[in-house]
Design a protein around this ligand. Sequence first.
Ligand SMILES: Cc1cc2nc3c(=O)[nH]c(=O)nc-3n(C[C@H](O)[C@H](O)[C@H](O)COP(=O)(O)OP(=O)(O)OC[C@H]3O[C@@H](n4cnc5c(N)ncnc54)[C@H](O)[C@@H]3O)c2cc1C
Length: 290
Amino acid sequence: MKPYALSQPLTLHEASAQIAADGADALPLGGGTALMLMMKTGVLAPAALVNLRQTELQWRRIERQPEGDLHIGALVTLSQIEHEPVVRQAVPALAQTMKRLSNVRVRNVATVGGNLAHADPHMDLPPLLCALGAHVLAISGQQQRQIPVEDLITGYYETSLGRGELIASLVVPAQQQRRSSYVKITTRAADDWPTIGIGISLDIESGVIRSSRLFVGAATDRPTRLQAAEQILAGRQPSETLFQQAGEAAAAGLVLRGDERGSASYKKHLLQVHLRRALLALAVDGGGAS
Ligand SMILES: Cc1cc2nc3c(=O)[nH]c(=O)nc-3n(C[C@H](O)[C@H](O)[C@H](O)COP(=O)(O)OP(=O)(O)OC[C@H]3O[C@@H](n4cnc5c(N)ncnc54)[C@H](O)[C@@H]3O)c2cc1C
């Protein structure tokens, strides 16, 4: 691996300024689980790494705001999300998704900021976070802005973050009566990268589906919204026939990309079958991840 300089700023603003000043040669370091692999294989060869792990404590905390929103600092590890009671209470699907996301060694180190900035289209969290309507708070120098997770990931390993712009926190809005789940389908080990992953959020009131947010991951170059299926569900009563139609519509309207975990046509079939099953499970008994 090419030698690199390592700095340890004490604030996220300082880290952001340093990366912006160093040009394309400096990269932020979260848990390092993705970055180090990319450096070892020569995909990335930065001259400097800016370690974010010494920055303010506030970026390592999970807090539920009085209005119910969940604020998760960028340096929070995936294990913290898995075990924090407030996450299980507010968004059970988020905590449950962690159980099959890689392995405990990775989850103990990987950070939520690094996870989202990595932007591998096979990641488990983004489709669920898109379905939940989550956004990140990004800082650049003294500026800050909100970016919906669905606008953050723009392609293979690409995000809408500017140079030196850092994810400071993730905000998951209060879900109120909405039910959510994440379905991970693997063709190898249960905790392997997904062949496809489906994030679902349903708002059912008085026996009618008011609205839904459905996203599929590991199918295209970014989490993809399943709008045709959402339109079929809107204003209708849950039923097996309706969910069958939604599964068919989701698969019909999508151009998928195959990879080493499944061909495009196989992924399409998985999407159709598992979206139907997951909608049924969610309409009948609540939420979670499988
Ligand atoms: C063996 C293995 C198996 C895995 N299996 C899965 C799986 O099944 N499902 C899944 O979803 N993921 C899987 N992963 C990926 C894993 O989730 C990511 O490696 C991890 O979440 C990245 O987080 P990190 O903090 O280690 O990021 P890092 O490696 O530190 O950084 C990743 C990228 O984000 C940038 N970055 C870091 N922090 C920030 C920030 N705050 N703001 C802006 N940019 C930042 C870095 O410069 C780098 O480009 C696996 C990884 C490994 C090693």
